[in-house]
Design a protein around this ligand. Structure first.
Ligand code: AMP
Ligand code: MG
Length: 420
């Protein structure tokens, strides 16, 4: 087993072990955010027929060729077509049909005159200009033609894509399965959140943070509870997770006397691929797999922020790959540091930072830490919008220097003003 990997090497190993999950068929109205497993070829034309873009009058442009201001042409109102109807007959020369938005253009009509551009007078309508042929007509197939490939496999289903699918008659679609993630916490000190901790106990916050991170990554967490710090207890709980796509345990992977996760995983038949990544927080991270078919396994460090940060760097990209996504990583921005940061060389640091855009919409982004960077301090993580990457070999980042920040919080891109 390798140890002491760089973040990039560890990511490569994790993603190299993953294959996209099989497809499943789901109802289109429940498929937002899912990744298409099929290309969608249209069997329909959209819109199905030439139709009116306006409320007004369907006419033959040739009838109005001589119309002009002060010399209107009067057309005889022949019939009416509302949305959802079709014209009962073709339009004859000298006629206009009353028409509404979305209604099909009657045969032999070619142009729409808007209601506000014409004047009705009893059974006639007067038009005092010569409209261009085809005005305000939405041609059949302007959106989609039969045989068009409208969505490729790999497309992420947006609300618009789902609207398109149902317009084409697709009420069910083939999408990639969502990964099921078995989540285990371990430690004699841990209690479930509804218990008042006393006598050295603490609440198992990892059970909540990691489940939420799974759901936001589009995966389905299955909670296995808290295992006591004995090999037997761990083995029993871990076994319950062997049918998941990914097994994520936290704590018990360090070098303490009661850190049994690694030996127990090996006993259960897991091949450990690496232990230890040169990063802070999060060094003691183990990754492995159960044969070709079994789950991929992470033993994340127990400290709440270490668990979250390692989830971000390794588990989330893996879950996205399993789900069929090709964009696996968080967006990054360049930010100017408001104060210096120092560390020793060797490990990459992921520094919890608050981000702010200075001087308007196109202004620079500035970053400052959100408080103590202790691996267990969740408050500074809760306040962070991003993780500033302090590269492994760097030892000093000066105030005013720019650094890459991985943006964790979509809220950073949200705005309090419309901005236009
Ligand atoms: P360990 O890796 O077992 O040595 O745990 C490292 C630190 O993380 C210890 O301070 C644990 O109490 C803490 N820890 C472990 N698991 C959890 C959890 N599920 N929730 C909150 N803190 C935890
Ligand atoms: Mg422990």
């Amino acid at each position: 087993m390798r140890s002491g990997l760089s973040v990039a090497d560890a990511q490569r190993t994790v993603l190299g072990a993953a294959e996209v999950l099989p497809a499943e068929t789901v109802a289109a109205d429940r498929a937002e955010g899912r990744v298409l497993a099929e290309a969608v070829v249209s069997t329909r034309t959209l819109p199905p027929a030439d139709n009116s873009a306006m409320d007004g009058w369907a006419v033959r442009a040739a009838d109005l060729a001589v119309a002009r201001d002060g010399a209107p042409v009067a057309l005889r109102i022949a019939f009416e077509v509302a949305a959802g109807e079709v014209a009962s007959r073709a339009l004859a020369t000298g006629e206009a049909a009353r028409i509404f938005t979305g209604a099909p253009i009657p045969p032999d009509a070619d142009t729409i005159v808007r209601q506000e551009d014409a004047e009705r007078d009893g059974d006639r309508v007067r038009v005092a200009f010569a409209p261009a042929r085809g005005s305000h007509v939405r041609p059949a197939g302007e959106d989609v033609r039969t045989g068009d490939r409208v969505l490729d496999a790999g497309a992420v289903l947006s609300p618009a894509a789902l609207g398109l699918l149902v317009s084409l008659g697709r009420s069910v679609v083939s999408v990639r399965q969502r990964p099921r993630v078995a989540l285990l916490s371990s430690g004699d000190e841990l209690v479930e959140p509804d218990t008042e901790p006393s006598g050295g106990r603490i609440v198992s916050s990892n059970s909540y943070t990691l489940a939420a991170q799974c759901r936001l990554a589009g995966a389905e967490p299955v909670y296995l509870g808290i295992a006591r710090d004995t090999p037997v207890a761990l083995e029993e709980r871990l076994r319950a997770g062997l049918r998941a796509d990914v097994l994520v345990s936290s704590a018990g992977v360090s070098v303490g006397d009661r850190d049994y996760v690694r030996p127990v995983l090996e006993k259960l038949g897991c091949t450990l691929l690496f232990w230890g990544v040169e990063m802070k927080p999060g060094y003691p991270l183990v990754f492995g797999r159960f044969g070709e078919k079994g789950p991929l396994v992470f033993g994340l460090p127990g400290n709440p922020v270490s668990a979250m940060v390692t989830f971000e760097q390794f588990v989330r990209p893996l879950l996205r790959k399993l789900s069929g996504h090709t964009a696996l990583f968080r967006p990054t921005v360049r930010a100017t540091l408001l104060h210096p940061l120092e560390k020793s060389a060797g490990r990459a640091h992921f520094v919890r930072v608050h981000l702010e855009r200075r001087g308007g919409r196109d202004g620079e982004i500035v970053a400052r830490t959100t408080g103590t960077q202790s691996s267990g301090a969740l408050r500074s993580m809760a306040l962070a919008q991003g993780l500033l990457v302090f590269p492994a070999e760097a030892t000093l980042l000066r105030a005013g220097e720019s650094a890459i920040v991985q943006v964790l919080d979509d809220g950073f891109f949200a705005a309090t003003e419309p901005g236009f």
